[in-house]
Design a protein around this ligand. Sequence first.
Ligand code: 13P
Ligand code: SF4
Length: 341
Amino acid sequence: MEHFPLPELNDALIERYQPIQEKIAHLMPEEEWLTHLPWIEAINQRKQEIGAVILAHNYQTPEIFYGVADITGDSLALAQQATAVEENIIIQCGVHFMAETSKILNPEKTVIIPDERAGCSLADSITADGLRALKARYPGVPVVSYVNTTAEVKAETDVCCTSANAIDIVNALPAERIIFTPDRYLGQHVANHTDKEVILWDGACEVHEQFTGEQVRHFREESGAFIIAHPECPQDVLAEADYIGSTSGMIDHIARHQPQKVALITECSMSDNVSAQFPEIQFTRPCNLCPHMKRISLKNILRSLHELGPEVQVDEAVARKARRSVERMLEMSRKPAEKAA
Ligand code: 13P
Ligand code: SF4
């Protein structure tokens, strides 16, 4: 890494980034922040030099989320923003399916993921062949797939969804039966909120699947916390939750209701990032890390900005079909005012 020049750590640099340091001081000791600072500055400089934009998911670590990201959000927000960015180089700080989604929506742009190994257990749980076989058993039944899928699976899908819009999309489709892939827990959550028959695929998120209803009851009894859970959690966890929503839905809910104590039943860094936004709220941190999200680091972001890779490529024929299912989701998620505009 030595060949990528790092700026000197001096008082001027420390002062310039002080507002961010103060914001996340409760999350990391000063010594750790100071080791990150030259990397953060080098990334921000390089980004400007080459005209790149950094998109970061809510599960990225605070030094990435607050230090270098230009756009942050849940899967839906990142997909929406990917269609609007002006820069020709997109650095996706998240997992591979997110970078693929950005590439599908921006075929002419350079989309880079700092570590190609950043996968997802949900995306790995289903293949295009597997989905074709399921479709053959239910001819004519529309397929809704979570965006946590490969481009090949999206190409076999009628409409994509995220955790933020899954229920609305299933309810809006003019069919009485829906195939829902690949997350069986999100799928069951959708099935509980629709009159339609939902045919499920048997996938799960390795991070959210670890939470148990008993654990959540324990958090509530110990701390009296308001329980907010991601719909990728098992049903007994969701049954204990006061609010269920996507990662951005969680933030909106906290902003609107300002509970005194909150337990976020989702990936670990999410609680860190949200706690920095709401210093007056007490967060209980049940800590399950997503090993794939954690592959992205300041070091590999800087390397990717210098090497302009690893670049994400999607076969054009696959991308064309996958784009239809993603764009259909974006169209169905537009607010009425946006549709009229
Ligand atoms: P969100 O769309 O809620 O951000 O979820 C993405 C994800 O991978 C959760 O594990
Ligand atoms: Fe995939 Fe789960 Fe990690 Fe989200 S948290 S990226 S669903 S493995």
